[in-house]
Design a protein around this ligand. Structure first.
Ligand SMILES: C[C@](O)(CO)[C@H](O)COP(=O)(O)OP(=O)(O)OC[C@H]1O[C@@H](n2ccc(N)nc2=O)[C@H](O)[C@@H]1O
Ligand SMILES: Nc1ncnc2c1ncn2[C@@H]1O[C@H](COP(=O)(O)OP(=O)(O)OP(=O)(O)O)[C@@H](O)[C@H]1O
Length: 269
């Protein structure tokens, strides 16, 4: 029986503008999303229905039918043995569960030849963008995804090891209707792109900081490493800093190692 291996990369919202709210409570988003060169690792084989989890962040990940990779198999209508090597913190704003689900869906699509219903949206608003796992604009509640070419960005990701539930952060928004992103000019080199991103927002940052004030400390620590831009991703608590090159990102990550926080230097694409 063929076994496939895949990477479920961390998802980073470089910008996240909340522009409205639907009648069902879901929020309308305008977001520029990129993916790291690191993440969870999955192995998938059709046949026996089984999930095993290990890896440095495997503790506490649910093994039952509510795990998003099991829900991915159920959505595809197949039984599969899936092994998940967990490297990303959960409930962290970097789409750990959503990226796992998308990776499982891609592998199950390849193994079965079946189409993925609705790009996996039913498993979570972040799953459609995680299906393409490359730089994209994400709009609607997450279902409207358009790939975009960006220069690679050198980054450090920092999570203070506090879980932040997404729905609570959306509920804490002071305003549900905020300005959309302006159009991104074509072909910006990295330095200009970073300036453009700096002029945008993550509207979920203030309510996430209210829920977990340590996020302010993470942003301040990243600023102190000389990052060109610091911001929170998604609903938090993971924050990122952007740097001009890989050496400066690696040095910044090294200088944050003593914090006890989860720290990763990476390239975003
Ligand atoms: C914050 C983001 O990570 C930005 O990329 C996503 O919008 C959240 O994606 P996700 O975690 O896959 O979200 P889901 O699992 O679908 O939803 C979790 C909860 O977040 C809220 N939610 C999510 C997406 C959205 N567009 N509006 C919302 O209000 C809802 O309360 C929902 O019950
Ligand atoms: N494969 C999985 N990995 C991690 N958590 C999972 C998984 N499947 C289900 N969960 C559950 O989902 C919850 C949210 O985890 P996830 O990493 O998807 O969240 P997130 O940080 O909200 O992502 P986002 O960037 O979409 O906000 C966890 O607390 C966990 O109980």
């Amino acid at each position: 029986m063929t076994a496939l291996q895949g990477l479920a990369p961390a998802k980073i919202n470089l910008t996240l503008h909340v522009t409205g709210q639907r009648d069902d409570g879901y929020h309308l988003l305008d977001s520029l999303v990129v993916f790291a060169d690191m993440g969870d690792r999955l192995t998938c084989k059709l046949g026996e229905d089984r999930l095993t989890v290990d890896g440095p962040m495997g503790q506490g990940v649910p093994l039952g039918p509510d795990n998003l990779v099991r829900r991915a198999a159920a959505l595809m209508g197949v039984e599969a043995a899936i092994h998940l090597e967990k490297h990303l913190p959960a409930a962290a704003g970097i789409g750990g569960g959503s990226s796992d689900a998308a990776c499982a869906l891609r592998m199950l699509r390849e193994l079965t030849g079946k189409e993925v219903p609705d790009q996996g949206l039913g498993l979570g608003a972040d799953v459609p963008v995680c299906m393409i796992a490359r730089a994209a604009f994400m709009r609607g509640i997450g279902e409207d995804v358009t790939a975009v070419d960006l220069p690679p960005l050198h980054a450090v990701l920092v999570n203070p090891r506090v879980a932040v539930p997404t729905s609570a952060v959306f509920s804490g928004l002071a305003s549900k209707v905020n300005p959309a992103m302006p159009p991104l000019p074509d072909g910006l080199p990295a330095a200009d792109l970073i300036q453009w991103i700096a002029a945008q927002r993550n509207d979920l940052e203030p309510p996430a900081i209210t829920a977990q004030p340590v996020i302010s400390d993470v942003l301040a620590a990243l600023r102190q490493t000389g990052a060109q831009l610091t911001r929170m991703s998604g609903s938090g608590a993971t924050c990122f800093g952007l740097y001009p090159d890989a050496k400066r990102a690696a040095d910044a990550a090294q200088s944050l190692q003593h914090s006890g926080w989860w720290v990763a230097a990476t390239v975003l694409r």
